[in-house]
Design a protein around this ligand. Structure first.
Ligand code: AMP
Length: 279
């Protein structure tokens, strides 16, 4: 496995690999890797000649400096995990190389970013748009792999790829969960043992909401019920729980034939967790 910190050296290497006829699969991450990330590497390896994983805690997508400060950074352990699944290339740039000057670019993803994560984390998707565009320009992958756990991010990147005519295939991979249902996340390691014990309640509540939807309960009553149920559990504070159209991510008032996404963000202490299910 080759590890690159410099943009130029990475690009020189990728050029030689492309000349050999290898297709490039790309998995952008912020590190603190877990099996969810590794599932993306495996999906890329199955379809490409060369798989590149980037590890970069992107400062421009954090609207909360405290969140950025406590975001786990574990490069050595990450490289060991990537080696164990035969990832070919790690790209771990430093912030100065990625941002010699802070870009003044402004993305506007319209209604897609005015709900949920975009609404509660102002500027977040602008930062995501900037870093993902830069990474796509640097790596120039044939395919890129993202996790459904960050559903709204997938929708934003899908839009970015279309709006900027990136010549790549976007792949959305299923959310990997712990055996008790908790969605794997780098942030889980910041949970206290007590918080970790209660964290699976978030996914359980999503499953319960799906059942209530199938029983034709009204969207508003489900939202109210699930939010107050979770808020009553020790240590959980719901930031939002939305029932949305899968394509537009706009809130819906009733279950229809269209695919529907149930999306949640909740705090456990200072740790903010998100999850979703699709029906
Ligand atoms: P992050 O390091 O949190 O920015 O995540 C990097 C990529 O891994 C994103 O595309 C995430 O959606 C994806 N990812 C994070 N957690 C999971 C998970 N539990 N299952 C599948 N993909 C995930």
């Amino acid at each position: 496995m080759q590890v690159f910190h410099s943009i130029n050296t990475l690009q020189d290497y990728l050029k030689t690999q492309r000349k050999k006829g290898k297709t490039l699969g790309f998995v952008p991450t912020m590190g603190a890797l877990h099996k969810g990330h590794l599932s993306l590497i495996e999906a890329s390896k199955a379809e490409n000649g060369l798989t590149i994983c980037s590890i970069f805690v992107n400062p421009t997508q954090f609207n909360n400096p405290q969140d950025l400060a406590v975001y786990p950074r574990t490069l050595d352990a990450d490289c060991e995990m990537l080696e164990s699944v035969n990832c070919d290339v790690v790209f771990a740039p430093n912030a100065h190389d990625m941002y010699p000057t802070l870009p003044n670019l402004k993305f506007d993803f319209g209604d897609l970013e005015r709900v949920m994560e975009g609404k509660f984390r102002p500027g977040h998707f602008n930062g995501v748009g900037i870093v993902v565009s830069k990474l796509f320009n640097i790596v120039q992958p044939d395919s890129a792999y993202f996790g459904q756990k960050d559903l709204q991010q997938c929708a934003i990147i899908n839009r970015l790829v279309k709006d900027l005519s990136y010549n790549l295939k976007l792949n959305i991979c299923p959310t990997q969960r712990e055996t008790d249902g908790l969605a794997m996340s780098s942030r889980n390691r910041n949970l206290t043992p007590e918080q970790r014990k209660n964290a699976p309640e978030i996914y359980k509540a999503l499953q319960q909401a799906v059942e209530l939807l199938k029983d034709k309960k009204s969207v508003n009553s489900i939202k109210g019920f699930i939010t107050s149920h979770l808020d009553n559990i020790e240590g959980i504070e719901v930031e939002y729980f939305e029932i949305s159209d899968f394509e537009t991510l706009q809130p819906v008032n009733e279950l229809s034939e269209r695919k529907t996404a149930l999306c949640i963000a909740a705090f456990m202490g200072k740790t903010r967790l998100i999850d979703n299910v699709i029906v």
